[in-house]
Design a binder for this molecule. Structure first.
Ligand code: SF4
Length: 340
């Protein structure tokens, strides 16, 4: 693996993708991009990143933004606790570090929402500190190059790989960390067959030499997702629609259409919603979270009187001001279609 470090560095410097957060080594830019990239593909993040930087160009601006505005900017990216933690961390930087992003690993790690991987990435990329950043890409490349059957879902294994990678970390730690991650994203890919024929490590990679590259990393049987069923009420009064804010837990403080557990029949819905003028079945949709799967059914309902327990918004207001969780977006589209 030691021989791989210079090859990887050389390959990265010649082949790295032009990405907006790579234009400088400003820790604010790297931080925001790293948080957005958690659980989200690079192509999907680029537009969000530009929009975010336009509206929230600095740590101070992030510390001052309202939660509603922040969630609206994050709408569609999912995992909204990431956005809330960004704001908390920005407030902490303003208070504790006078608005300047901390420059050592442990201070960076102490910020809300920043784990070992992100702290390692920021420390090495922005400050060239000798820190590793171990994610799924790095573990996959490491296991393939060393032809190892380690179970990468095991936290002890992650730590072990971190220690091994640290032993070969060159002084250009930021470029090395980005290089190994990039190799995992574009060449030593997770699904399908890795592109060994164009890989800079192919003559040193033991899995490739032993024709075992597609068997590594070891496949782990994933736990079943928890399945839940909901009925959504898409309630219209004149030109407004009913929404309510979610409480604690998943999608906290995001807006949602009123709903109830289970798939309700039309008769059951009529027993729950007051002052119905008309009701019709609308779309069904499934939304998949990390540990949950929501099956959703819906009814388009027109009422003659507003229920004051909901907030009422026009379609335009919902689209511009309300952070509606992406699970509900297909239902917003169904409402729009019904008004055409
Ligand atoms: S040679 Fe193939 S398996 Fe080995 S690191 Fe490169 S792409 Fe991955």
């Amino acid at each position: 693996m030691k021989d791989c470090a210079p090859l990887l560095l050389d390959w990265y410097l010649k082949n790295k993708r032009e990405l907006p957060w790579r234009r400088d080594k400003d820790p604010y830019h790297v931080w925001i991009s790293e948080i957005m990239l958690q659980q989200t593909r690079i192509e999907a993040v680029i537009d969000y990143y530009h929009r975010f930087m336009e509206k929230v160009p600095s740590i101070q601006a992030l510390s001052e933004i309202s939660e509603d505005e922040l969630l609206k900017l994050w709408e569609g990216l999912g995992y909204y606790s990431r956005a809330r933690n960004l704001k908390k961390a920005a407030c902490m930087i303003m208070e504790k570090y006078h608005g300047e992003f901390p420059k050592n690993y442990h201070d960076i790690l102490s910020l809300p929402g920043i784990g070992e991987y992100t702290a390692g990435a920021i420390s090495s990329i922005c400050f060239n500190l000798p820190e590793v950043a171990i994610d799924g890409n790095v573990m996959r490349v490491y296991c393939r190059v060393t032809d190892s059957d380690l179970d990468i879902s095991d936290l002890k294994v992650k730590k072990e790989i971190g220690e091994k990678v640290r032993e070969i970390l060159p002084k250009e730690s930021g470029d090395f960390n980005q290089g190994i991650m990039e190799l995992g994203e574009v060449i030593c890919i997770p699904g399908g067959v890795p592109k060994c024929e164009i890989c800079p490590l192919r003559f040193h990679c033991m899995a490739h030499v032993n024709h075992r590259e597609t068997l590594i990393p070891r496949k782990i049987v994933k736990k079943e997702k928890l399945e839940e069923e909901y009925t959504l009420f898409l309630i219209k009064y004149k030109n407004t629609y009913a929404l309510r804010k979610r409480g604690d837990g998943l999608l906290k403080n995001m807006w949602e259409f009123p709903n109830e557990n289970g798939f309700l029949t039309m008769e059951e819905v009529k027993g729950k919603i007051k002052n119905i003028k008309s009701i019709q079945s609308s779309i069904t949709n499934t939304h998949i979270f990390t540990h949950k799967k929501w099956f959703m059914n819906s009814y388009l309902i027109e009422v003659s009187k507003k229920d004051p327990s909901y907030e009422w918004f026009s379609l335009e207001e919902i689209e511009t001001n309300c952070a509606l969780a992406s699970a509900y977006m297909p239902f917003l589209e169904a409402i729009k279609k019904s008004t055409e």
